[in-house]
Design a protein around this ligand. Structure first.
Ligand code: CMC
Length: 427
């Protein structure tokens, strides 16, 4: 079907419009260069779809997020994280017996090779957990060379399960090393979130019972972070995977991409921003003024999104959860009040209204993580833990796509035109 025609000089190029289930349709511009000698320019890929994807759907104008068609609100309320991980991997919600079998297959892989301990110990105690996680994830490829072929579905499946099973252990062990405590081994009788909390916060000298309020909240937060279309880190995962790199290297690239403060690193940056405002005693108007000042690099962290021009549906859920979890835990955190005041004022300010800047997923999540006892520099690894099934699903989708090609953007060259080299003595 030819649905559009591009005019350039006296030439006309018919372009196909591609159908979708929901959202924006696509204009296939692939014949543009060969027919007209033109490439497209689209900074930050604001208007470019590289792939078709079935994994998640976002309507930024309406503030809608769905995984495989299911509204995020329903999944956050009713599902377990492994149920959502299954949904993202295999496309359908599992039956009770499928979920049970999947959970067992994950649980079987929760331990790390014992000699991986040496790797954690090679890092400085104060190393950032995201750097350690990216390195440890990449290192998994060295322990499992038998299952690295990206084109072999069985290898991919076992590597995917190893990743989901071992990441909580890697995160918890990097923390234990940082705080000079003994490593705590996985407890396969516990569910995914409870086991992670136990590895993080228990010590061999004491009995540890994970708090059900914390387990439930963590499960919900992991679900809310599990996928988000072709964001920066998912695109990094797909880009690296497009060259047929193994899944561990590809996911390590996603972790590296997520670490930046404009992406997942924003949850740490929000908490640091709120703490700095609280400690300095600055009033909120001063902070808002700074965020609006183009001469000042300061931005209101946790605000704004490339896709959402309305409330981020995840932020709505997390804000309500923050109030409930803090109350249930008996935590009175002045930073929650501060965040709510900041949000209220920003949402009425013309600058934020005109640019459609709303709180994003990172604005309130750190306040819950803090109440649970996580140190600020671990917030982004929690985002990574949640996003892992989405990255894997995105990577698998690309690996299984017969139309996939290595990612290789074009450029508009603006450097010097051809010139002759002057011998070094004459320069
Ligand atoms: N504070 C102040 N001004 C902002 C902010 C903000 N947080 N975000 C965007 N703007 C302004 C920006 O200066 C620009 O203004 P103007 O049109 O006058 O030049 C306008 O809004 C559009 O912003 P943009 O930078 O062109 O938008 P983008 O889609 O390229 O960037 C963003 C999106 C998320 C990187 C950006 O909003 C931002 O830096 N936010 C703060 C960091 C943050 O919270 N990141 C987490 C994102 S959500 C989770 C995730 O992806 O990991």
């Amino acid at each position: 079907m030819t649905d559009a025609v591009l005019k350039y000089g006296d030439q006309e190029l018919p372009l196909e419009v591609l159908d979708v289930t929901d959202g924006d349709r696509g204009l296939d511009i692939s014949p543009l260069r060969s027919s007209l000698g033109l490439v497209t320019m689209d900074r930050g890929f604001g208007n470019t779809a590289e792939s078709r994807s079935d994994v998640s759907y976002i309507d930024g104008e309406q503030g809608i997020l769905r995984y495989r068609g299911y509204p995020i609100e329903q999944l956050a309320e009713q599902a377990s994280f492994l149920e959502v991980a299954y949904l993202l991997q295999y496309g359908e919600l599992p039956t009770a017996s499928e979920l049970d079998a999947y959970a067992q297959r994950i649980t079987y892989h929760t331990m790390l090779r014992e000699d991986m301990k040496n790797m954690f110990e090679a890092f400085p105690h104060r190393a950032h957990p995201m750097s350690i996680l990216a390195s440890a994830t990449s290192a998994l490829a060295t322990y499992y060379p038998d299952a690295l072929d990206p084109l072999d579905p069985e290898s991919v499946d076992i590597s995917a399960r190893r990743l989901i099973a071992k990441t909580p252990t890697m995160i918890a062990w990097s923390y234990k090393y940082a705080v000079h405590q003994p490593y705590v081994y996985p407890d396969n009788d516990l569910d995914y979130s409870a086991n992670f909390l136990k590895m993080m916060f228990s010590v061999p000298a004491e009995v540890y019972e994970p708090d059900p309020v914390v387990v439930k909240a963590l499960n919900m937060l992991l679900i809310l972070h599990a996928d988000h279309g072709q964001n920066c880190s998912a695109s990094a995962v797909r880009l690296v995977g497009s060259g047929h790199a193994n899944i561990f290297s590809s996911i390590a690239a996603g972790i590296a991409a997520l670490s930046g403060p404009l992406h997942g690193g924003a949850n740490q940056a929000v908490l640091e921003m709120l703490s700095a405002i609280y400690e300095s005693g600055d009033d909120i108007d001063t902070v808002i003024k700074r965020a609006k000042d183009k001469e000042d690099p300061f931005r209101l962290m946790g605000f704004g999104h490339r896709v959402y021009k309305n409330f981020d549906p995840r932020a709505r859920i997390i804000k309500t959860a923050a109030e409930e979890v803090l109350e249930a835990l008996g935590v009175d955190d002045p930073l929650l009040d501060l965040a709510m005041q900041l949000e209220e004022i920003a949402l009425e300010d013309e600058y934020f209204v005109d640019r459609k800047l709303y709180p994003n997923v990172d604005f309130y999540s750190g306040i819950i993580y803090r109440a649970m006892g996580f140190p600020t520099d671990m917030f982004t690894v929690l985002f990574a833990l949640g996003r892992l099934p989405g990255w894997i699903a995105q990577w698998r989708e690309l690996a299984a796509d017969p139309g996939a090609r290595i990612f290789r953007p074009r450029q508009l060259y603006t450097g010097p035109a051809v010139r002759d080299m002057t011998p070094i003595d004459n320069r």
